[in-house]
Design a binder for this molecule. Structure first.
Ligand code: NDP
Length: 444
């Protein structure tokens, strides 16, 4: 049994009932085999065993009272996975599906993603099984305040800097920050994704979606192509999906479909993003309404069917495991040539295999959606330097980072003899820097 196989087997035995964590660890560790073969000193130093074990896991009770006076109790999590290259950094997810396995898979991915940005940030992730859907602003505030009343003691501007993720946007970050500031009596960059009036950065809202388009644009460019005239399908209709759509459209693409967790809309004339934004950002409503408002468009209940719509480029931007083997095969059969992952782990291992075997240019999440956390790191730099950069300045840095990520993962894949395999490239390029730092810092 090889070193990687042993570590994986042990991980599955010691972390039972954590399928998403197993899936992410399997994807990452199997691609690292050629690196650990080249560096036998890693095995001696127990590097992989330490890499897959979080430095710290915090789990806590989050009690709160709803508008009718009823008491609710949710679970809170913060996984501080790896601080070898910088303070823990990663989002908070509020969704009923959240459990330790999901937070650990996201945290493990985050280590390599953050490393790929080239910025000094370690990996972490957190969240709660709280469902923000249908809650009043007061209920959201009550929950966020209770969540932060425990979380504050574990985080800090130089220790751990959370941000948003599914179910955590500007409103939630505002309530969380307000509570942190009240308890600690310090106005510091302890959360990113803050409002512009209290330390936020321009472009942070757009960053993950824009970054996804910038890296895909680079992949197209080196192949003599562009977004101009391409048909694009985007899943989700949240923060990442909306700004990916906006940037793709501005580059001449036609985005024909999007979804929320109930069903998908298809608009052969190209999605009218103002309507989507009004429904999802302003009214916090359901995407179904789009078909009632935009003539020529249709709504279909259920999400899966979105991948049967023929497209040149597919951008999954909602959640994990949205694209299974069947969906991947349908995309390939319909002529899809590029897949860029806006969401974290939206493709199953089988789906990735199908894309790669069929020559689809596949940009994995940890590279493709790194624009969000990269811009968060730019927000941290502005906070600590008491500076405020222009939209153009931040956007230019974001684009530069995404273009660099593309070339880094491309080169790493080539160096190890896997040209065009960006899963290998991203894992190897991200891991090398973390491994170097961990080796330098001793057995800790
Ligand atoms: P949002 O909460 O803003 O939007 C999530 C979207 O996905 C919504 O349209 C939601 O539908 C849909 N969705 C959520 N769960 C499911 C599900 N189980 N099935 C179908 N649809 C679902 O989140 P974000 O846009 O911020 O995040 C989307 C993805 O991008 C996540 O994987 C996240 O980890 C990843 N990501 C986000 C970053 C960021 O900066 N925000 C950075 C890097 C990655 P509904 O409206 O019905 O809930």
């Amino acid at each position: 049994m090889t070193y990687v196989e042993r570590v994986l087997k042990d991980l599955k035995k010691r972390n039972p009932g954590e399928p998403e964590f197993h899936q992410a660890a399997t994807e990452i560790l199997t691609t690292l085999a050629p690196v650990v073969e080249k560096h036998p000193e890693y095995e001696k130093a127990g590097l992989l065993e330490r890499f897959v074990e979080p430095e710290r896991v915090v789990m806590f009770r989050v009690p709160w009272v709803d508008d009718k006076g009823k008491v609710h109790v949710n679970k809170g999590y913060r996984v501080q996975f790896n601080s070898a290259i910088g303070p823990y950094k990663g989002g908070l997810r509020f969704h009923p599906s959240v459990n330790l396995s999901i937070i650990k898979f996201l945290g493990l991915e985050q280590i390599l993603k953050n490393s790929l940005t080239g910025l000094p940030i370690g990996g972490g992730k957190g969240g709660s099984d709280f469902d923000p859907k249908g809650k009043s602003d007061r209920e959201i505030m009550a929950f966020c305040q209770s969540f932060m009343t425990e979380l504050y003691r574990h985080i800090g501007a130089d220790t751990d800097v959370p941000a948003g993720d599914i179910g955590v946007g500007g409103r939630e970050i505002g309530f969380l920050f307000g509570q942190y500031k009240k308890i600690r009596n310090e106005h510091v960059g302890v959360l990113t994704g803050r409002g512009l009036s209290y330390g936020g950065s321009l472009v942070r809202t757009e960053a993950t979606g824009y970054g996804l388009i910038y890296i895909t644009e680079e992949a197209l460019k080196v192949r003599g192509e562009s977004f101009e005239g391409k048909t694009v399908v985007i899943s989700g209709s949240g923060n990442v999906a909306i700004y990916a759509c906006q940037k793709a459209q501005s580059l001449g693409a036609k985005v024909v479909a999007m979804y929320d967790s109930n069903g998908y809309i298809y608009d052969p004339n190209g999605i009218n993003l103002d309507v989507v934004k009004d429904i999802k950002e302003v009214k916090r409503g359901r995407i179904k309404e789009y078909a009632e408002r935009v003539p020529g468009s249709t709504y279909t209940e259920g999400c899966k069917g979105i991948w049967t719509i023929p497209c040149d480029i597919a951008l999954p931007c909602a959640t994990q495991n949205e694209i299974d083997a069947q969906a991947a095969q349908t995309l390939v059969d319909n002529g899809c040539k590029y897949v860029g992952e806006g969401a974290n782990m939206p493709s199953t291992l089988e789906a990735i295999d199908i894309f790669q075997k069929n020559g689809v240019v596949f940009l994995p999440a940890k590279a493709a959606n790194a624009g969000g956390v990269a811009t968060s790191a730019l927000e941290m730099a502005q906070s600590s330097g008491r500076m405020f950069w222009s939209f153009e300045e931040v956007d230019a840095q974001l684009k530069n980072i995404m273009v660099n990520i593309y070339h880094n993962i491309d080169e790493a894949a080539r160096e190890y003899g896997y040209e065009g395999n960006y899963v290998m490239g991203a894992n190897i390029a991200g891991f090398k820097k973390v491994a170097d730092a961990m080796m330098a810092q001793g057995i800790v």
